[in-house]
Design a protein around this ligand. Structure first.
Ligand SMILES: Cc1cc2nc3c(=O)[nH]c(=O)nc-3n(C[C@H](O)[C@H](O)[C@H](O)COP(=O)(O)OP(=O)(O)OC[C@H]3O[C@@H](n4cnc5c(N)ncnc54)[C@H](O)[C@@H]3O)c2cc1C
Ligand code: SF4
Length: 336
């Protein structure tokens, strides 16, 4: 049995009290605890104080749609709620799909969307017990000085493993961040992540994610989320691609006018894939469109050996799964 280290827990109900508690040194926020607590059991951090966000008033409010069509998710909403919510399923179906494919039903009932956005990066050499890690001398993200994935590298390339982050980026979502003293800032999801697996969030000290805002679509669109994991019923993604096709008109057979394609589980930040002109100007059902998007993903996404399963296999799989997903978006059923 793995034990938790010793820490103090505070459970404020007012946002400002939570933010003040988080401003103390060595304080860490905990929401559902489904990522943080296993990491503490693995001795990947030793916070002195956990500040529970579970009772903070307003943080778990149901998703809302504002007058201009912006979909607003509070960070404390559980993934089960996000996946099932009628407004999310209508406005952002790929987000509902990604949220509904995180872990297992039990975990989704505890896990929050804010925790999923702020999820720590993962690596096969670090998400292990301290005893296991001691056999290889640790690494840059734990107790060591080297990276076992890129041995000559000076940066940690642990994988961004959140299912919802690539989707949120594909939908141009923005985060509302709050900190003590009434500080509030908005940042787009694309700018929140950077390429350092030991500190991949551009989160300011003491800050929490309060709200996630998804702007209304400016074009009719179709979206999908591609995920592959070993056990579909519980595992983290090993292939993860969010797809958004903007259409000329709101018909499945309308020409595609633009793409937003974002991949996760490569390095420590999501990768925006540049989609070539060959993937536009024709309907989604045109096999050449699916092929062009899949080829762009294959060319630009080079998985690393930071998570289980051979990187070359995952790269090939991404191409096949993306091609099928685009075909399905166009109403073509293909198992090719
Ligand atoms: C068996 C298992 C399988 C899993 N499978 C998946 C999977 O398939 N896909 C996936 O994406 N995840 C998976 N997870 C990880 C985790 O369950 C989810 O990512 C979940 O959404 C984390 O949310 P949480 O509320 O539990 O976060 P917590 O564990 O409470 O927190 C996670 C991190 O976010 C920070 N945090 C939490 N809320 C906020 C906030 N509002 N503002 C700022 N920082 C915050 C915490 O300080 C912590 O660093 C899995 C976990 C387990 C144990
Ligand atoms: S990518 Fe390298 S430094 Fe980062 S966790 Fe993995 S082995 Fe450690």
């Amino acid at each position: 049995m793995l034990r938790l280290p010793t820490f103090e827990v505070v459970q404020p109900t007012a946002l400002e009290a939570a933010l003040e508690a988080l401003a103390e040194p060595d304080a860490v926020a905990v929401a559902g605890g489904t990522d943080l607590l296993p990491n503490l059991k693995h001795r990947l951090a030793y916070p002195r104080r956990l500040v529970s966000l579970a009772r903070v008033e307003g943080l778990a409010r149901a998703p809302e749609v504002e007058a201009d069509g912006t979909l607003v998710l509070r960070a404390g909403a559980t993934l089960a709620r996000v996946a099932a919510d009628r407004r999310v399923r209508t406005i952002a179906p790929s987000l509902a799909e990604a949220a509904g494919r995180v872990a297992s039903p039990l975990i989704r009932n505890m896990a929050t969307i804010g925790g999923n956005v702020n999820l720590d990066t993962r690596c096969r050499y670090v998400n292990q017990t301290a005893f296991w890690r001691s056999a290889i001398g640790g690494c840059l993200k734990s107790e060591g000085q080297v990276c076992h994935v890129v041995p000559k590298g000076r940066n940690c390339v642990a994988a961004l493993s959140s299912d919802t982050v690539p989707v949120l980026l594909s939908l141009d979502a923005r985060l509302v961040q709050r900190a003590a003293g009434g500080r509030r800032r908005e940042i787009d999801v694309a700018s929140y992540f950077h390429a350092d697996g030991t500190a991949h969030l551009l989160r300011e000290p003491g800050e929490i994610t309060w709200e996630i805002r998804i702007p209304p679509a400016v074009q009719p669109r179709r979206t999908a989320y591609v995920k592959w994991s070993v056990r579909g019923s519980i595992d983290f993604p090993l292939v993860s691609v969010a797809l958004r096709a903007d259409l000329e008109e709101d018909r499945d057979d309308a020409p595609v006018v633009g793409w937003r394609v974002v991949a996760g589980v490569l390095g420590s930040k999501p990768r925006v894939v540049k989609v070539p002109p060959a993937a536009t100007g024709a309907p989604l059902a045109d096999p050449a469109v699916a092929e062009a998007v899949a080829e762009a993903v294959h060319r630009q996404c080079k998985p690393l050996e930071n998570v289980p399963y051979e990187a070359a296999y995952r790269r090939k799989l991404a191409r096949v799964l993306v091609r099928r997903a685009v075909a399905r978006l166009g109403g073509r059923d293909t198992a090719r």
